[in-house]
Write a protein that binds this ligand. Structure first.
Ligand code: SF4
Length: 260
């Protein structure tokens, strides 16, 4: 349960339906992708272009392997007995909701056959494509909100903030448990005023928020950007110190939010 396995790339077109999707890779022993030990599906495809993305190799659907529902179930089935007690399954990416029909189908089968805890790691932009019932098999949403200021959000992601905030409000309405994730990037997301506004917003979501994860920016993705020949603009951005990270966490804690 500790091996990240890259799926062989076999581009066969980009047709997605509820029976077929594109899987980038899997992690069989993820310890940072939800509660307990996780089997993580990294789905291919993301329409964001975050400046600090550490998985730019997942951006294109055709960077993944075309799979069907049985392929996905075969990946997780050997670990199901362990995962039942130790953690569960997480759908990440890329942006897993780019393939909402397909992963919704897979989630349904995992729940029915294996009864596992299911987490969804998403930036939340694409939620309008599914009905509320789609979330019935999702036990926890890990919602990545990149910034609370719309202009700065756009500067980081090349997308708009409002759909993600609408998604958070939707989670509140359907009372779905969530972890909020915030990447702390010096010079981009660490302004104390911005973090305070974010903390106020997250606190306003109420008791659906089980925890806030403040994740210090790191340079782990740089080799992938270089390998893809893409310009990486954060080359000189430092990792926040422990004290800086804790100071940001304290801002959330001051609102009574459990923060890790
Ligand atoms: S949303 Fe995630 S996968 Fe997509 S570009 Fe941003 S960091 Fe990368």
């Amino acid at each position: 349960m500790h091996k990240r396995v890259s799926a062989p790339t076999k581009p066969t077109g980009v047709h997605i339906d509820i029976d077929h999707g594109f899987l980038h890779s899997v992690e069989t022993g993820g310890a940072v992708d939800g509660p307990g030990m996780r089997f993580v599906f990294f789905m291919a495809g993301c329409q964001f272009r975050c400046l600090y993305c550490h998985n730019p190799d997942t951006w294109k659907l055709h960077n993944g392997r075309r799979v069907d529902v049985d392929d996905m179930l075969r990946e997780v089935r050997p670990y199901a007995g362990f995962l039942k007690f130790a953690g569960g399954v997480t759908f990440s990416g890329g942006e897993p909701m780019m393939q909402a029909g397909f992963i919704g189908n897979v989630m349904g089968h995992i729940k029915k056959e294996m009864g596992l805890h299911i987490a969804l790691d998403t930036q939340g932009y694409l939620h309008t494509g599914v009905e509320d019932e789609w979330f019935d098999n999702v036990d926890l949403v890990m919602l990545d909100i990149k910034h609370i200021d719309p202009e700065k959000y756009h500067a980081i992601t090349a997308q708009h903030l409002q759909p993600t905030l609408d998604f958070a409000e939707r989670l509140k309405r359907i009372h779905k448990k969530m972890w909020m994730r915030y990447v702390l990037v010096p010079g981009l997301t660490d302004d104390a005023g911005d973090v305070n506004r974010m903390a106020d917003y997250v606190a306003s979501l109420g008791d659906i928020v089980e925890r806030v994860e403040v994740l210090p920016f790191h340079q782990m993705g740089i080799a992938k950007w270089d390998a893809m020949g893409k310009e990486y603009t954060l080359r000189d951005t430092p990792t926040p110190t422990t004290d800086e990270t804790e100071a940001a966490r304290d801002i959330f804690r001051a609102r009574g939010l459990y923060t890790a």
